[in-house]
Design a protein around this ligand. Structure first.
Ligand code: PMP
Ligand code: GLU
Length: 398
């Protein structure tokens, strides 16, 4: 049979983060000792109380289909969390629970974007945003930022990038991949721009909310006058080390929540009932449940910065959240690795994998080709060893 796939599929790339993690796993299976700093996933286990909540849900026979946007009590708990932590007023009918924040964002993009619509992506952006837009037939518009601005989009640049076709803007804070955190003031300055463009909806991806070293989290939707325009995305994967439970959610204007429910009802019904109950317990818990993990990440960030800063050719950022570093490696461009001349962050990532046995992710698919992303969600011993290898590999370049 002709193995023809759809045009839609052909528009998509494989997720670069997942591809790199897969490559590292394959190399390990071949007996090659690779340290993987590629995948963005906490190396901690789900807290016991949340595991227990899931186990109890099974015992209580919460094992049936649930309403498409999620179990009513769970949406109540999420609504209360938004109010308690973020000053956001989303009623339970404005909440949609999905199989991971990844599905949450896909639902919103599919619900809003027509062919020809532009979606602004301040870069660096999380890899999947762009492909979600392509999946919907929209046009991703990459808006570069500068390492000098801590990779944060400046209001003037945002204003200049808006066109009559702009329909959606997607950004994350704390940001994957840069780790940057927008302050309340910076968030308000962006809101001023959005207020001048009424046709634009904003997805504020706050999935790293609990991994923030500043002690303050700003929600765009909570800025006066913005709530009707903002979809707030969050989930339990990062802050509660629950990546495998596949549970994310949105708070959104009711019309967008309804649209997402319609899509989800045809695609996946609802997310796993058991994961919903555990996620309900997570959002209802005191956010201090994440303190220990955050403290460990902060210590590792310091370790990584101290080690990488002294390597010639790397310009290292000092992220205030998430668990990534996003160094600019353009100082290495033009150097030779055998036959190959390094020309991009992807080339550097490939070289580090081949020569250093450290898996990172090149910046191309984050819209910032001069950088690479390192996830420091690994043990301190692994991070030390990875830094040794990176340093050695880079010093060996001609
Ligand atoms: N947004 C960002 C910025 C992410 O890094 C991730 C990572 N997985 C997601 C959304 C999706 O998370 P999940 O589907 O595991 O909830
Ligand atoms: N979001 C994580 C990352 O950026 C997990 C992988 C993915 O879903 O792309 O690495």
């Amino acid at each position: 049979m002709n193995p023809r796939t759809s045009d839609l599929l052909n528009r998509l790339s494989e997720s670069a983060t997942i591809a790199m993690a897969r490559k590292a796993t394959e190399m390990k299976a071949q007996g090659i000792d690779v340290i993987s700093l590629s995948l963005g996933e906490p190396d901690f286990d789900t807290p016991e109380v949340l595991k227990e909540a899931g186990i109890q849900a099974i015992r209580d026979n919460v094992t049936h289909y649930t309403p498409v946007p999620g179990i009513a009590d769970v949406r109540e708990a999420i609504s209360a969390k938004f109010k308690r932590d973020n000053g956001l007023d989303y009623a339970p009918n404005q909440i949609v629970v999905s199989n991971g924040a990844k599905q949450s964002i896909t639902n919103v993009v599919l619900a809003l974007i027509n062919p020809g619509d532009e979606v602004l992506l301040p870069a660096p952006f999380w890899v999947s945003y762009k492909d979600m837009v392509l999946l919907a037939g929209g046009t991703p518009v990459v808006l570069p930022t500068r390492i000098e601005d801590d990779f944060k989009v400046q209001p003037g640049d945002l204003e200049a990038a808006m066109t009559e076709w702009t329909r959606l803007v997607i950004y994350s804070s704390p940001c994957n991949p840069s780790g940057s955190v927008y302050t309340q003031e910076e968030t308000e300055a962006l809101a001023e721009v959005f207020k001048r463009h009424e046709q634009v909806v904003v997805i504020s991806d706050e999935i790293y909310e609990l991994i923030n070293f500043t002690g303050a989290h700003a929600s765009l939707g909570a800025v006066e006058g913005m709530q009707d325009r903002v979809v707030t995305v969050n989930g339990v994967s990062k802050g509660f080390a629950m990546t495998g439970w596949r549970l994310g959610y949105i708070g959104a204007p009711a019309w967008i929540a309804q649209a997402c429910t319609k899509i989800q009802g045809q695609v996946t019904s609802a997310p796993c009932s058991i994961a919903q109950v555990a996620a309900g317990a997570a959002v209802a818990a005191d956010p201090s449940i994440a303190d220990e993990m955050r403290a460990a990440f902060l210590k590792r960030r310091e370790l990584m910065i101290a080690r990488l800063e002294r390597i010639p050719g790397l310009k290292v950022n000092r992220p205030m959240g998430a668990f990534y570093l996003f160094p600019d490696v353009s100082g290495l461009f033009g150097k030779r690795a055998g036959e190959h001349v390094l020309k991009s962050g992807d080339d550097v990532a490939f070289y580090l994998l081949e020569a250093g046995r450290v898996a990172t992710v090149g910046g191309n698919s984050f819209g910032t080709p001069e950088c690479i992303r390192l996830s420091y969600a690994a043990s301190e011993a692994q991070l030390e060893a990875a830094c040794d290898r990176i340093e050695e590999a880079i010093l060996a370049l001609n």
